[in-house]
Design a protein around this ligand. Sequence first.
Ligand SMILES: [Mg+2]
Length: 402
Amino acid sequence: MKITEAKVIVCSPGRNFVTLKIVTDEGVYGIGDATLNGREKSVVSFLEDYLCPSLIGRDPQRIEDIWQFFYRGAYWRRGPVGMTAIAAIDTALWDIKAKLANMPLYQLLGGRSRDGVMVYTHANGHDIESTLEQVGKYVEKGYKAVRVQCGIPGIASTYGVPKGNKAYEPADSDLPSETSWSTEKYLNHIPQLFQEVRKQFGDDLHILHDVHHRLTPIEAARLGKEVEPYHLFWLEDCVPAENQEAFKLIRQHTTTPLAVGEVFNSIHDCRELIQNQLIDYIRTTVVHAGGITHLRRIADFAALYNVRTGSHGATDLSPVCMGAALHFDYWVPNFGIQEHMAHSEQMLEVFPHAYRFNDGYFTPGELPGHGVDINEELAAKYPYKRACLPVARLEDGTLWNW
Ligand SMILES: [Mg+2]
């Protein structure tokens, strides 16, 4: 069996998605997500100019060898662009293998470990009241877990809070837009949000919150400590994690569970965090962390240290990644939770999919492969349009972490 074609499909049904389609001489094909938010064309070039030509003629069943060829075989390793490209290839190859076996992907991985995949969604309001309203809507829909974000008085636009009544989409302009940030205002306001959520919705709802890398370790420690009475499911990305050791300081001060890792692309980015039990949830995802093959290694390593998975799942990854992630989540023994930010109808039309939501949980479906396809004709109607993520500055103009 041989790979005869590897083509990259770029489309923008409301936001940019990059999809890799690998076709074999037996007619079976697989697809993988290759979307890297705000850097989409870099991955397109990496695949088209360097990796795809090397795929032609290879046996698609040799997933491990192909992964090693592109990772170990390359002089330049790791990095978001490279690992996203490898992830797309890997996901497409697992799709092919599962189709050949006539099995849903989770069966190939070892079968399901649970009845459904618990997901959390996003409640984002301009103030506490409107956030609570949104939480109520999701609770009614059956969600067991909700990420809560709200506007901060005195800050013009806050991470996670949409402009006007539109759905939140951070990659919102042709060039990076500038936002402002005040740690003091945020820290003084945000604990009230969790207090109100608990007051209104009781103790059973899982509450999550994303700080989006805005704090220093000692500030994160203060926040973690102050919100302990509200029993968060997790506090996400409270500091940037280039310095893995920084989490030691946070850990010394608080029992609030910590999650990090959506920007990681390799096991080496989280080795110390996991080994020293400095986090509780690892947020690496199929598309940005080298595909199923590498994500499985991260999850197995994390299991040794009681760290559970909580994969990133915003709309900056396509339904193809969501499908693959749900098969992974259905199987992985140390599963924690899966993020799910709903794709628009337009996006879901371009990517027909087998996964379904019911009462707070997803199931990946029983179609052979990962159960997600791409309607190429429809995709062609939505051409790429550059969209950049914003940057953030402190109130005095100093550039800060977005
Ligand atoms: Mg996040």
